[in-house]
Design a protein around this ligand. Structure first.
Ligand code: SF4
Length: 181
């Protein structure tokens, strides 16, 4: 049986969506028999491969690295799932958007208001450059499926993946499967 090539991506998020994925518990054993996890924070793959069937993308696009990564993911993935509320709307990670330029915020938080030895992490190459605004994934690349929740409950993640494994389009309906938050 050909295994579905599955990737999971972690952009600007808290990893709670990935934790919820792991909360599918013993079903992961069934899943492992039917998918090949080709890229994920959960496996030791350094390069995003070509011809990925499905990618679960957690988090919004908040910095230069995310921007590069999501372009690569989109180009190399057949079905891109916006995984969780941060990916879909920006959610908690976009709370900085109304506060203006990120450089001023970083200076304020890491230097001016630091208790001791304040120093912004702004030396070249230390951290990726922040984008002016945090953007949901669909504002940067086309998205095929939206899987809401903060995080999406494990049962919802499982339902979506089971539909894909059955060769069906993902159809989420009703409060249990579509609720944000
Ligand atoms: Fe974390 Fe919620 Fe964002 Fe998922 S949607 S990354 S759980 S804050």
């Amino acid at each position: 049986m050909t295994k579905l090539k599955l990737a999971t991506i972690w952009l600007s998020g808290c990893s709670g969506c990935h934790m919820s994925f792991l909360d599918t518990d013993e079903w992961l054993i069934d899943l492992a028999a039917r998918v090949e996890v080709v890229y994920s924070p959960l496996v030791d793959a350094k390069v995003y491969p070509r011809d990925v069937d499905v990618a679960l993308v957690e988090g919004a696009v908040a910095n230069d690295d995310h921007l590069r990564m999501i372009g690569l993911v989109r180009a190399r993935t057949k079905l891109l799932i916006s995984f969780g509320d941060c990916a879909i709307s920006g959610n908690a990670t976009a709370l900085r958007n109304p506060l203006g330029a990120p450089e001023a915020l970083v200076r304020l938080i890491y230097a001016e208001r630091a208790d001791a030895h304040g120093q912004p992490p702004d030396a070249a190459g230390i951290v990726p450059a922040l984008l002016g605004q945090v953007r949901p994934v669909h504002a940067v690349v086309p998205v095929d499926v939206y899987l809401p929740g903060c995080p999406p409950p494990a049962a919802r993640i499982r339902a979506a993946l089971e539909q894909l494994l059955a060769g069906e389009p993902v159809r989420l309906a009703g409060r249990d499967q579509l609720k944000f938050g």
